[in-house]
Design a protein around this ligand. Structure first.
Ligand code: C5P
Length: 400
C-alpha cells in the first residue's frame, strides 16, 4: 500500500544538531515526490546549515525570527504553523522536544509547534546519553501521549564518537514516515499498534545464552503492514538480523523481562500483536564471569519467565485487540483454542512449525477467535501480514 503525497506540503523545523545537513537532502527527496517544504531554521540550526542553501532548496524564504517584521508581514507565525499538511522537526533536539512537551513558546519554532493544528512528526538526533536521560525519556513519553509521531533515532556511531541510539533517521526513512503521516486514507490512521517479534536471549554467563530459532520475519512484516496502513507502530524486537521497517518505532531488547518492560512502556495501544517467541524459561542465575569447564557439566536451574501476552491481557491499559501467536508442532488448532482462553487473548494465530516455517518466508496459519476458527491458505509471511492488517482494521472499526 503506497499513498499518494504529490501536492502536499510540510513545515520543516530544523533544530541545532550536526544531523541538520541531512535535512537538506530530505527537502530534495520530498521535492522529487512532489511534496513542498517550507522551513523554519532555529538559531542553533543556522549554526549547521545556512539559510541560503535551505532557501535555494525549498524555493521559498526561510523563517527564522519570531519578531521579524518582514517575516510577519509575509506570513504570520500562526498562519505559518498551519500552512502545511504536516509539521516535521528534523533534527528534533532535546531542547525542541522539551519545549514542545512543556508548552514553551519563546521562539518561532516552539511557537509554531504550540500553535499548529496539524500532526507533528519528530526525527530526534542527540547524543546517546542525552537520549537516554530521564528528562528526555519523560518528554518523549509526554509527546507520544500527545499524539506526536516519531521516526528514529537509529542506533549507530555518532558524530561525537559514542555508540548507541541517537542518530537521526536517514532522509529516506523520514520520507517514508512523512508519506505515512500524510496518507489520510490509511485504514488504520489514528490507531496505535504494538508488535513484538524475534526470540529473546536469556544469559547463562557473559558468553552463553538460551534462545530459539525465531527469525522475526513474521513480526517485522506485520509491523511494516500496520505502519503502511497508517497505524503508529511500535516494534519491540528481540535480537534478529533484520532492519527496522521504515516509519516504525523500534525498541530493541534481549531478555523476556526487558521485552515485558518495553511493552508496558509502549502502552497505551489499540492493538497488540505478540509474535515474539519469548523464551519460556531463563537460567535462575546469570553469572558475571564465564562458567569454566572442570570435568562436571554445570547444574543449570531454570525459572519461568513472565508471560508477556497474559500480563498485557490483565493490564489496566489492556489493548482493545490483543493477538497472540501459537507455534506448535502438533494439534495446532486445539492448543490454540486452549491458549486463547488461558492467556486472555482475543485472537490466537496458530501456525504449524514442524516444517521450515521458522526462518522461512512462508506461513500457514489459523485465526482462532471467539467467532471460531478461520483456516488461511499457505502464503508468504508478507501476505499473512497484509491479510491480518485488513482483519485488524475491520475488527477495530467494529469495536470503536
Ligand atoms: O505459550 P506460548 O509460548 O506457546 O504462547 C505463545 C504466545 O504467547 C505468543 O504470542 C508469544 O509472543 C506469547 N508469549 C509471551 N510471553 C511468554 C511466552 C509467550 O508473551 N513468556
Amino acid at each position: 500500500m503506497v499513498f499518494p503525497v504529490r501536492g502536499k506540503s510540510i513545515l520543516l523545523i530544523i533544530g541545532g544538531g550536526i544531523a541538520a545537513y541531512k535535512s537538506l537532502e530530505l527537502v530534495r527527496r520530498l521535492a522529487e515526490r512532489g511534496v513542498k517544504s517550507r522551513a523554519i531554521l532555529t538559531r542553533a540550526g543556522a549554526e549547521f546549515v545556512t539559510p541560503l542553501s535551505l532557501a535555494s532548496l525549498t524555493g521559498d524564504q526561510v523563517y527564522q525570527d519570531l519578531f521579524s517584521l518582514t517575516d510577519e508581514a509575509r506570513m504570520g507565525h500562526i498562519e505559518l504553523s498551519r500552512s502545511a499538511d504536516l509539521v516535521v522537526v528534523a533534527p528534533a533536539t532535546a531542547d525542541l522536544m522539551a519545549k514542545m512537551a512543556n508548552g514553551l513558546a519563546g521562539d518561532l519554532a516552539s511557537t509554531a509547534l504550540l500553535a499548529t493544528d496539524k500532526p507533528v512528526l519528530m526525527a530526534p538526533a542527540m547524543n546517546v546519553r542525552m537520549w537516554e536521560s530521564p528528562s528526555v525519556r519523560r518528554n518523549f513519553e509526554t509527546l507520544t501521549r500527545d499524539g506526536v509521531r516519531f521516526v528514529g533515532p537509529n542506533d549507530g556511531e555518532m558524530a561525537c564518537g559514542e555508540f548507541g541510539p541517537g542518530r537521526m533517521a536517514e532522509p529516506l526513512e523520514i520520507v517514508a514516515a512523512i508519506e505515512r503521516a500524510l496518507s489520510d486514507d490509511g485504514p488504520l490512521k489514528g490507531v496505535r499498534a504494538l508488535v513484538t517479534a524475534g526470540p529473546t536471549r536469556e544469559p547463562l554467563d557473559p558468553v552463553r545464552y538460551i534462545a530459539n530459532r525465531s527469525s522475526g520475519k513474521q513480526g517485522y512484516a506485520i509491523a511494516d503492514a500496520l505502519a503502511r496502513a497508517g497505524a503508529e507502530t511500535i516494534l519491540v524486537s528481540g535480537p534478529v538480523a533484520l532492519a527496522a521497517p521504515a516509519g516504525v518505532r523500534i525498541m530493541r531488547v534481549a531478555t523476556a523481562r526487558e521485552m515485558l518492560a518495553a511493552c508496558e512502556a509502549a502502552l497505551p495501544a489499540d492493538v497488540a500483536v505478540m509474535t515474539a517467541a519469548v523464551a519460556d524459561w531463563r537460567p535462575e542465575i546469570a553469572l558475571n564471569s564465564k562458567i569454566k569447564k572442570n570435568g562436571d557439566a554445570p547444574d543449570i536451574r531454570l525459572v519461568e519467565n513472565p508471560d508477556i501476552l497474559a500480563q498485557l491481557a490483565r493490564h489496566a491499559m489492556r489493548p482493545r485487540l490483543l493477538i497472540g501467536f501459537a507455534a506448535e508442532t502438533d494439534d495446532v488448532v486445539a492448543h490454540a483454542l486452549a491458549k486463547r482462553t488461558r492467556k486472555g487473548a482475543d485472537w490466537i494465530i496458530a501456525n504449524d512449525v514442524s516444517g521450515d516455517v521458522m526462518g522461512g518466508d512462508r506461513n500457514r496459519v489459523h485465526l482462532v477467535s471467539a467467532a471460531g476458527v478461520e483456516d488461511w491458505p499457505d502464503m508468504t509471511k508478507t501476505d499473512v501480514a497484509a491479510r491480518m492488517t485488513a482483519r485488524i482494521a475491520r475488527q477495530l472499526r467494529g469495536t470503536a
